[in-house]
Structures are given as C-alpha cells and as structure tokens.
Design a protein around this ligand. Sequence first.
Ligand SMILES: [Zn+2]
Ligand SMILES: [Zn+2]
Length: 818
Amino acid sequence: MKPLPKQLDLIGIEKKWQKTWEEMGIYRFDWKDQKRPTFSVDTPPPYPSGEFHMGNVLNWTYFDMVARYKRMRGYNVYFPQGWDCHGLGIEVQVEKENNIRKREIPPDKFRKLCEQLVEKYIAIMKEGVVRLGCSVDWSTEYRTMNPDYWRRTQKSFIILYKKDFIYQGTHPVNWCPRCETAIADAEVDYEEREGNLYYIRFALKDSEERLLIATTRPEYIPACVAVAINPSDERFDKYIGKKIVVPVVNRTVDVIPDENVDPAFGTGVVMICTYGDKEDVKTVIRHELPVIMLLTENGKINENGGKYTGLTVTEAKKAIVKDLDDAGLLEKTQKIRQEIGVCERCKSSVEILERKQWFMKTRMLTDKVETAAKEVVWYPDYMRIRLIDWARSLDWDWVISRQRVFGTPIPIWYCKNCGEVVLAEEDWVPIDPKLENPRIAKCPKCGGHEFIPERDVFDTWMDSSISCAVHAGWPDREDWRRLFPADLHPSGIDIIRTWAYYLMVRHLALFDEKPYKSCLINGMVLGSDGRKMSKSLKNYVAAPEVLDKYGTDASRQWAAGGGTTGSDIPFRWPDVEYGKRFLTKLWNAAKFVSGQLGDYDVGEKYELQLLDRWLLSKAERLTQKVTDAYEKCQFNIALEEIRNFTWHVFCDDYFEAVKDRLYKPEFYGKEKKTAVQHTLYSVLCRIIQLLAPLSPHLTEEIYDAIYRETMGNKSLQLAPWPGINKQRIDEDAEKKGSLVMAVITEIRREKAEKRKPLNTQIGNVKIYAGNAEFARILAENKQDIVGTCKISRIEILPEKGEGRRIPENSETSFVSEY
Ligand SMILES: [Zn+2]
Ligand SMILES: [Zn+2]
C-alpha cells in the first residue's frame, strides 16, 4: 500500500493517468482475443470545428462511460476515433481566413489550405478528447480526407451504383448561392425573418377582369408557369381553365385547379414559379408544368429574366416591385413573419435550382428504415420515433454530389464523344478522375478515346455514413462482421436526422443489415439562462475553462448528472463545483481508510458486527442499483446513488459509528477491529469500482495506492466489475442497523445543536425504545452507541417515553443529561 499524498491535485492526477494509460495501451482493442465478447462503439467522427465545447464534453462523456463500464464487465471494447474532414464549413472558413473564393485559385491549392486548417482544428479537438480522459484506442485514428479513406467511400459508391441505388438526374435541389453547391434537406436550417407580402394584379387574357395574387417572392414572376386556384373555392372556380397574363414579362399562362392551394392564405390565388419553394416543385410535377430556370449557380437572374438578367435576387425583387408599382399593378404591401430555409453553414437563404446531380435512392428504403429503427434499442426509448418521422417526411432522394473542391472525388468519367458514364472499378480506388483517366482503352459504347472527369465531389455524409462498417474493418478485414453491427451508436439529438439516418440507409443498401444495435442520444447543452448555449447569446462557456478550473472528473459528473439521458442539460457552474466537492470528500475518505489499514492484512480473521453487516448489505444494494442504471444508460441515477451512499452512509454514518472500535481494540477485541478494517477496505473498493466509468482518474489514483498490489489488475479500468454478493444482503442487519444508526445520529445532532464538541462526554442518557424488540436491538449494540456518542451512563427502556424523538423511528425517544 502506498500513502496518499497530502494535497489533492486533481488536475495533476488526471494528466498523470492520461499519460500512463496511453503508455500502458490499456484501451487497445485485442483483435487476437477470441475469448472475451466484443463491444464496439461507433464513435461519430466529428467535423473538426476548431473548438472543444461543452456539447462535446457531454456526448463524449456519455459514450466513454459506456465503453469503460463494458470494459470492466469483461468485454473486449473497440473504441475507435476518426475525423470527418470534408465539411462545407471548412471551405467557408478557408475562404474567410484567406479572403478568397474557392473558384479563384487552383483546386489543389485550395485543397491544401483546407487540409491545413483541418489539421489545426483536429489538434485542438484531440487535445479536448484526451483531456476528457476518453478511453479511445488511438491506434485506430483516421481522417476521411486521406486517400485511404476515399478508397472506402468510393468503393461503397461503386457497390451501390452496381446495386442500382445510384442515379444521375436533373432534379430540383436545395442550393446555396453563396457556397455555390447543392445541399441536402438535412443541411437546411429554418429561420424566422420579417418579410413582405406583395399583392399584385394579374389580368385575365382578353378581359378587363383582374385577379389579385399575394406573394412574398415577386422576383420569381419571370419564372411563373401557372396560376392555381383551389377548385372548391367558389369565389374563383369560374376562372379555372382561363388564360392569364403574367405581368412584367407579358407571358400567358393557364389558370389551373389545385387542391393544395389554401384559400385562406393571401388572396386564395397563387402563382406557381419554377422554383419559388418546395411546394412549387410538387405542383410542377403534379401538373407536368414547364420549368423556367431563373437563377444562375451564384444566385443571379439568368437570361430567362429578360431586363432583370444579371441582378441578384434581392436587386431583382426591388426592381420588379418598382416596375409593378409604376405600372399600377401593385395593390398593397403587407409585413409578415415568414420561415425561410437557410444554408446551415453560411445562413444565406436557400434557393431551389435544377442541375445535374448524383442521387442515392433513399426513399425506397423508408420501410426498411422503420423496421430497423424498431429493432434498435434506443436510449431513451422515445427517440426512435424521431428517426422514423424524419425518414417518412423526406420528399426527395438524397443528393450526394456537391459542387465543391474539398471532398472525396466521385469516381466517374464521361465519354467525350457519346457521353457514356464510365464508373471506376473497385480495384482502381482511391482515384481522382480529375487527375487520372479511366483504366480502359476505349469507351465501351462508341470506342471513343477521350474522357471528361466528373468534377463534383461527394457530400461529406457519404464519407461518414459508412463508419459502422469501416470501424469494423470493412473492406480490408475478412472478420469485419465480428464488430458489425456496432453495439452502440451515440448521437446528439440534433443529428438523428443526419448521422443516425444516413448510417441506416447506407448500410441497409450496402449490406441489407442495420448498422447499429443500440443508439444512445444526448441532448443539447443549455446556458445557465436555460437557452441553448451559444456565443451570440453570451451564455457560452468554453470547455477548457471548465476543465482548467475543476478538472475532468468533476466536469464528467456534471455531464452524467445534469439530467436524464437524452434531455437537454443546462450548464451550471455549481454542478461542476459540487462534483469537485464530492471528489474531495471521496479523497478524504480514502485517506482516512488508508490511515486505518496500517496493521491490516487481507485474509485476516474478523468478526463482523451489526453495523458492518448493515454497511456491507447496503453496499450490495448500491451495486445492484448502479449496475442496473449503467445497463440502461441512466448515468444520472448511477451518479446520484454513488454520491449519496459515499457521502452520507459511508462517511457521515459508518465512519463515526466505528471509530471507537477502531481506536480501542484492547477493549473490543482484535477481531472486531479487523471487522471494521475489512469493511472499510471492501466498501471503499466497491465505491471506486462503481464510480470508475464516471470519474476514472481519481478512482484510479485511489486504486493504485490502496488496491493495486492486492487485487493485481494493473488498472482499475481493467479490474472486473463487482458482482452482487447475495449472501451479503442482510435485511435483518439493515433494519436493525438503521435503528442503531438513527439513535446515534440523533444524539450527535443534539450535541451539535447544543454547540458542544462531538467528543464531549454525556453524563447520562435514557433511551425509551418504544417496544421490547427495539430495546433488545439497542441493548445488543449498546457499546457502539456509548462509544460513538461518548456516554458515561446509558439506560435502555422498552416503553414509550418522553424526550427527543428519533425522526426515522418515532416511537423511540431519549433524554440526555450533560
Ligand atoms: Zn452556404
Ligand atoms: Zn463513347
């Protein structure tokens, strides 16, 4: 046994163990081990964002707790870590920092800048993950921007292509005009903004009659292809089938019936433009209307806009409104609040454009997604429906091509002569078609010799949504199915619609199997004001600030204990502070225990007394409760149980009640003292075992000093999880012990209220037990009461009587005379 240092240096202890664990290699997955069951974590490779924030602290703590718990339960735990590099956010940031646009410099140069920024960001995040004490197997580290990872993404694309899950098509897509790329539904955020509703007069052809149309997007008038009316709207149904003149451009379009027009919105007459919004897209498909593309890829009006060609959307809106007004066609303008789709990365408003894109057929998998989602275990259970609802809500297939530079290249060429698509073979990848020709002599269709590379790259989710298979070793390891599906997929509540969903469709399509067996959801971190933590709201706290001040173990207690799993968790400094106070309490308890074990040998004979049996029984029940809580990922319950037991039952009650026995072995007998030592030794051990997944550093320090030598595991993290010793559960001892403890506590409480030091001798105490059974129990354990409370003379009577009542046993009371 080693003495524990006098001063508690939490941060020093944490740094020491983080380094030592890594040197010991205790978090390496053992591929050769065929005995232990495996447990694989599908660690989400994060976008390197350049910071490690409290949200990261929350989600990494969650799945690190599970990994550590499973390791102690005897699993061969696989906990990989990668970085999802190709984010649009990186391109936007590189453009900002260097004051350039990606099209202005050569692509390879732009790529280099992106890679450098990513490396800088990864370093910051990696430091955070290490500091949080995550039990990651760093030998698995990977980056999706490396060609070796491209190989996996490209190979999976080729397989999907051959399985007919991929198609190229000209479909309307969400488009960010600032980022100049298509974006998926999941990358569109919605913001409420103030806008105008313009009431515009449309003239019926060859008639004096006018119809009033209300629109928020008059700039789309040049792309108007129809005017729609709900056929059940008696005010207007007579106009259906007539021709109407689109103002400004003087084109004639049909008035069509459409049941989806809401007669209560605006005037009840709607113009259909291609494409003002997603509703327009649906209407165009329903009625097979023509399409007039109005915007260029950088968000300007194209040649279809007539005199407005070359203007931005905002400029065109202004010009068209003015022209309408000048022509007397603008009836009125009304302010409204409206919800606008914006680009998740740059917050520009999203337009809808048609451009040739690559798609994955995801909607045809919706039923399978639902079935699989029902098979997956969700923590908490009610999160399942979020995935199902999202899958059911999707109108379009997944657009997987992006008009960006920093992304995995799409392994496709086109024959220059006939346009035939040439797909790379699986053994050509990784490959960049912009730098290499296809490895075939001639076009299989026309025999042409020249090929044009696909310049688009993959959506970054194409990289990360194969993580479950890639982590398991696909496609290189023959035994990859050993770790597939992943046992645990952790996800933030905000990315169920992306990460959990894309993983699901991707793996279902590739392998016809669900990618994960369980899904652990964490909520968002709120500021202390209860709103979502964000820099702009000034309620933001940076994770390094918290870790510097209170250390990792205390911060992890905030994450584990802040709320139920899946709920949003407010960041409160007092919660972290409380974590530190608890760790200090545990440290002092360990110092006390270690100080009492000088002459103790494990295996020595002992004679357990009532209070020893009481505590040992309670420790078994604690083990049961905490084990159940970890099994259900109820981390807050595990933490609360451990803290209450340690603080109150172990330290406040038991320590005080057995000190007399510890200090006077000549009076009580050696074996009764050894019983206390045995109890202290085993219960402290139990506490640190149960707390180890939650606060691994301090528990390891205590284990190292007191237990390592005798228990033999080189780290507490590798020590087996404590089984429940049923023989130790002793209801009778718990009942009797609680009575004795309640009496001791109340006598001591009275002493404290009288402002007397706790070692003050009490002359006389008369206890009215309230019944014969209680009297017998108290008499049997008289010595503990007398010794702990320093009583000179004690009398225990079976009857009910006067004096101070024991709150837990109201028939019992006592009178003391000092
Ligand atoms: Zn954007
Ligand atoms: Zn050809």
